[in-house]
Design a protein. Structure first.
Length: 493
């Protein structure tokens, strides 16, 4: 790999220096005919780069992994993972590269990582490639998540390679350039924990603490404190997913970031009608990663992290187990607190979480009445402003709303806040626009045959999700009938 003198970003490579055992130096395959499909200019500027330099041929070389920028040592990262419950000791970046760590103008460190940049020593049977559609999908959904205020990796750019990728059909290839707080996953700890050299797990813990949870360094037991910080970050994250109706789709332990960011957008989707059983992924046959199962699975994944951390928590195994178990058992309470606070804000209540019956009953009502998750929650602000037509119209039996609303209004009245302020507060937390499946599919289908118009328009709409804008009504509507039930997303990414 050649080195460019173009200084797009300020780079560092602390992960590779401190943990050389956890990755392999590697290079990208490059692209026959690179074409920039989308560049996140705002993110580039935040990271201290000149968007024009990224658009230039030297910039594209970096974005597809053909050239290693100065100060970087690109690697394929090693990690293990439980996939659908079964353990794979050696997964790793099969088609990805960690280019380096961008140090932004504020001194904050971000991984720059490429997906679809060619086969690596971890590729197993895979071709190392990615297709345009799924990479644009990650760009769109991760940027939508960011605009919703949910911790997530970001997408800096998607570059078409000019090459073809064989999936169920032949598709145009692409590389996604992704930015993340880091790519340390639960699976990274599972991988390190199985290596003979015990110092590696210790160094990984130190690295993760310094990077993501620095307060844990001051704790009596930093490994245990790191675990607690990750439990808290995951409880907060999954609560936010649940509040917006997001289904990750493939919550394997290699797809759980220690930083608490949403990572690895594959068969993810937002639900239309509220239903805890919602599954989109075509390969999730047992509904393991159904919408309503996500908090439970998050805790299961954290138990796998606890097992990996065990040798570093205490030399005495029973002591280590009891310490980690005590922390793990706090997950349900932490999750419930985050969810309850978020859900109360969505219905305009401010008081301390106590009895969640009103909230639980609302979800039951939404489920039984086939309510569109996003549209219905958004409609409640209009009900506070005195018009419950929209809320009622989104239910199969409008009268079912009235009994619940009577209890809700009593709680709102007891808090005694100005209804206009309550409704405005609700609008700030209930999005109008989420990446609805039918819109995403339409945009990706057009992009795959060369028309980026619908993709660009959808991206713009999703950048301001809480602000209803005239002319964009169609973006707020549920899928046309026939599209919703049975909709599947595919992992053939
Ligand atoms: P994912 O489901 O995207 O989280 O990927 C799971 C594992 O499969 C990771 O180790 C990926 O690097 C690997 N993988 C997925 N697709 C490919 C591909 N086309 N070529 C090589 N490795 C792949
Ligand atoms: Mg993954």
């Amino acid at each position: 790999m050649s080195v460019t003198s173009t200084s797009l970003f300020r780079f560092d490579d602390s992960f590779v220096r401190e943990l050389p055992e956890l990755s392999m130096p590697w290079k990208g395959a490059g692209a026959a005919d690179p074409t920039l499909l989308v560049l996140n200019e705002a993110l580039a500027l935040e990271l201290g780069a000149d968007p024009a330099a990224l658009r230039a041929p030297d910039g594209l070389d970096v974005l597809v992994g053909r050239v290693a920028p100065e100060g970087t040592t690109p690697v394929a990262m090693g990690y293990a993972g439980h996939q659908f419950g079964g353990f794979s000791p050696r997964l790793g970046d099969g088609r990805a590269l960690l280019v380096g760590e961008i140090v932004d103008p504020a001194g904050v460190r971000h991984d720059l990582h490429l997906k679809g940049s060619g086969r690596t020593p971890f590729a197993r049977g895979g071709d190392g490639r990615a297709a345009v559609g799924p990479m644009l999908r990650e760009h769109l959904v991760s940027e939508a998540m960011h605009a919703l205020g949910i911790p997530t990796t970001r997408s800096l750019a998607v570059v078409a390679t000019g090459e073809q990728v064989q999936r169920e059909t032949v598709l145009p290839g692409a590389v996604l350039a992704r930015v993340a707080a880091s790519h340390l996953r639960v699976g990274t700890f599972q991988y390190a924990s199985r290596l003979e050299d015990r110092s590696i797990l210790r160094r990984l813990i130190d690295h993760a603490v310094t990077r993501h949870h620095p307060h844990a360094a001051e704790a009596e037991n930093p490994a245990l404190a790191l675990f607690e910080a990750v439990v808290e970050a995951q409880a907060a994250l999954v609560a936010q997913w649940m509040l917006v109706g997001f289904v990750h789709g493939v919550m394997n332990t290699d797809n759980v970031a220690i930083s608490g960011e949403t990572i690895d957008y594959g068969p993810c989707a937002f639900m239309d009608a509220h239903d805890p059983g919602t599954v989109f992924s075509s390969i999730d046959e047992g509904a393991r990663y159904a919408y309503g199962n996500q908090p439970h699975i998050a805790q299961w994944n954290l138990a796998r992290l606890a097992e990996a951390l065990l040798p570093a928590v205490d030399d005495d195994q029973p002591t280590a187990i009891s310490g980690l178990t005590r922390v793990l058992e706090t997950f349900p309470v932490r999750y419930a607190e985050h969810w309850s606070r978020g859900m109360r804000a969505k219905v305009g209540l401010q008081g301390a979480p106590g009895d969640d019956a009103l909230l639980d009953d609302l979800l039951t009502l939404m489920y039984e009445q086939g309510a569109d998750h996003t549209a219905f929650l958004r409609s409640l602000a209009a009900a506070v402003r005195g018009d419950d037509t929209a809320s009622r119209s989104l239910l199969t039996d409008p009268a079912a709303f009235d009994a619940w609303a009577t209890r809700w209004r009593a709680d709102l009245a007891a808090e005694g806040r100005d209804p206009a302020a309550v409704a405005d507060g609700m609008d700030a937390v209930n999005p109008v626009y989420v990446p609805r499946n039918h819109l995403v599919e339409e945009a990706l289908a057009a992009a795959t045959v060369g028309d980026l118009g619908p993709f660009g328009r959808l991206l713009d709409v999703l950048a301001r999700p809480f602000e209803a804008r005239s002319g964009l009504e169609a973006y707020a509507l549920p899928a046309p009938s026939g599209f919703g039930p049975g909709y599947r997303t595919f992992c053939g990414t």
